[in-house]
Ligand binder design. Sequence first.
Ligand SMILES: Nc1ncnc2c1ncn2[C@@H]1O[C@H](COP(=O)(O)OP(=O)(O)OP(=O)(O)O)[C@@H](O)[C@H]1O
Length: 287
Amino acid sequence: MIRRLLNSSLTHLPVPSLQPPLKTQPKNNFNFFFPILNSTTHNRFSHMGDARRPSPVPIPSLDKADRSELLRALEASLGSSFSSEPLNPNPKPLIIVISGPSGVGKDALISRLRDSRPGIHFVVTATTRPRRPSETDGKDYLFVSKDEFLKMVEKDELLEYALVYGDYKGVPKQQIRDFMAKGYDVVLRVDIQGAQTLRKVLGKSAVFVFLVAESEVAMVERLVDRNTETAESLLVRIGTAREEMKHVKNFDYVVVNAKDKLENAVKLLESIIDAEKAKVRQRTLLM
Ligand SMILES: Nc1ncnc2c1ncn2[C@@H]1O[C@H](COP(=O)(O)OP(=O)(O)OP(=O)(O)O)[C@@H](O)[C@H]1O
């Protein structure tokens, strides 16, 4: 058994594997002798008596031996070879839900994240809202008719959906499954109503991030400057945003997107994702 143990781990060792006591050891690279002492081998051999104990394994002098020689000697001493398998296996794909009041900068944040993180799939939400000139079908949203949308609802193809400011918006399930199966993290951009529904559906299996402006006035200015709303819809959005701020407690993280500091918000969001990926207990998708 000893021979087998030593043979398996010492096959590449250069010279002195076994016997000579320290005093008679000729001058060479090996100036330490360690018995094989790890707990497994100790237990395995302790009942055998001295005659069958493994012989000491020489560890080469640290200043003279090359690294691979040293590693092989350490392996021999420990009775097992060092594994090159990753010590921290690949983290599980993550679902990140980004939400926040209207005009706070969700699209702007996601657009920056898209540039900096190629391993993320940004779920394309289906909507019945008319396309804005700057938007591309299939990239920004899946623009569908009301009939098409209601068919998706009927077939249970949406993870959540809602009527938002008179238009339907919904998250296609299959898209999430497909990308997570390929190892992608998935980002969902939903309004607060959608985030609440997703929390019920996904529970703790997703990370919920609430994006806010630094102040209410900053948020309103941003909405006004965007120049996409009528006076009426502005009033509705601002009123809703005030109510929505109360839901922050249902989220895992708050990210402040301060005026002209979008880059800081992106960095914070990236840190959140990195921290989540480093968690010992990873979230498991319930869907
Ligand atoms: N940190 C920032 N500083 C200044 N302007 C910003 C910042 N972040 C976003 N904006 C601008 O604010 C406006 C609103 O941003 P965006 O459309 O991303 O908001 P949103 O949360 O996606 O809104 P909605 O929910 O209504 O679609 C845009 O014109 C955007 O360029």
